[in-house]
Design a protein around this ligand. Structure first.
Ligand code: TXA
Ligand code: MG
Length: 324
């Protein structure tokens, strides 16, 4: 017998959806049905809520998440959509097509949603419960599939409960999802769209709309210029020094926990209290700010390798890796 807290499975009626919307606004996680699979949702503008998604999924790395919106109007505040991208939304939204676009300059979507990339994935789901929840929350919702990392996606509320246990404050039960297959993910950053993940909408259906053949991810690898289009990562210009206990006055410092501040080119503490959720929420903005300070080197103090610390350390190691 386990003593793990059980998530509360409730019927996806208007009362519970309104309640779930309030909970999301308060920073809680709510699992909900979409037409593809169940999603584990958080307010996409709340970095700590988004960090809790990664904690719940048990992912050792930060993969970028899809932002769910009601439609094009809301999407345009978040991502820059070309004329072609808009045509695709006219053809397939609401529905299981996710578009990866450049983030707008002033978007309030947490950088953690994009895993620090300059891009954002947008989708307008077609499920009535998902749509009512988006309206109730009054927020764009970041939501990966509501399964633990490495497990298959959940198509029923009971699967969500079995997989992520007490991590969601609420699971809205809307029955079995229709497609049972995730959304198709398409990069529309460049003029020629690239299929990043095959899914519920076929490549052929997309090709009918764009009037040409769609490049597949494998084909695009060699000539993509935008770092956001592949499972790439944010790499600072500055050299990053890991597990630093001390630093030079001309270095920028990325601290974690109760680190005594002394002279440095710039100094940011991810979480003075040593809270990994707070640290994850601050990570990408902090890296960018320290990089922008102009220091040639960033000294990062140790982050424990447990829980979300695993994903934080993974990102720091990648940012520190030599680049050609
Ligand atoms: O059907 C779906 O899409 C479900 C439901 C809940 O909406 N969601 C889902 O999310 O499958 P997730 O996190 O399991 O998968 C998101 C996919 C990943 O393959 C991720 O790499 C890609 O979208 N993605 C998200 N943002 C991206 C970005 N900025 N650049 C490239 N790929 C991105
Ligand atoms: Mg998934």
């Amino acid at each position: 017998m386990t003593h793990q807290m059980q998530s509360r499975i409730v019927p996806a009626n208007s009362e519970w959806i309104a309640e779930a919307g309030q909970m999301l606004r308060g920073g809680a996680l709510v699992a909900f049905p979409t037409e593809t699979v169940y999603g584990l949702g958080a307010d996409a503008t709340n970095g700590e809520a988004v960090a809790r998604i990664f904690e719940a999924k048990g992912r050792p790395v930060f993969n970028p998440l899809i932002v769910h919106v009601l439609g094009l109007e809301q999407a345009l505040i978040i991502g820059s959509l070309s004329a072609l991208a808009r045509r695709l939304t006219e053809a397939f939204w609401p529905g299981p097509l996710t578009l990866v676009a450049s983030r707008t300059a002033n978007t309030d979507i947490s950088p953690l949603v994009s895993a620090g990339l300059p891009t954002v994935a947008l989708r307008a789901p077609d499920h009535p419960v998902a749509r009512e929840l988006l309206a109730a929350a009054h927020r764009p919702l970041a939501a990966p599939s509501a399964n633990r990392s490495g497990h298959v996606s959940a198509t029923r509320a009971e699967h969500v409960a079995a997989d992520i246990g007490g991590k969601a404050a609420l699971i809205l039960d809307g029955g079995s999802t229709m497609h049972g297959l995730e959304s198709t993910v398409l990069s529309v950053i460049d003029d020629a769209p690239v299929l990043l993940r095959p899914g519920a909408i076929t490549a052929e259906a997309i090709e009918d709309v764009i009037g040409g053949r769609l490049a597949r991810r494998e084909e695009a690898v060699g000539h993509l210029t935008s770092p956001g289009q592949l499972a790439s990562h944010y790499a600072p210009n500055a050299r990053l020094r890991l597990n630093a206990y001390d630093w030079q006055p001309d270095e920028a410092v990325l601290a974690f926990g109760p680190v005594a501040e002394k002279r440095a080119h710039a100094f940011i503490n991810l979480s003075e209290s040593g809270d990994l959720i707070e640290a994850a929420a601050n990570l990408f903005a902090a890296l960018r700010a320290l990089d922008a300070s102009g220091a040639a080197s960033i000294a990062a103090t140790p982050v424990p390798p447990t829980g979300l610390g695993e994903a934080i350390n993974d990102r720091l190691r990648r940012a520190a890796a030599p680049r050609g």
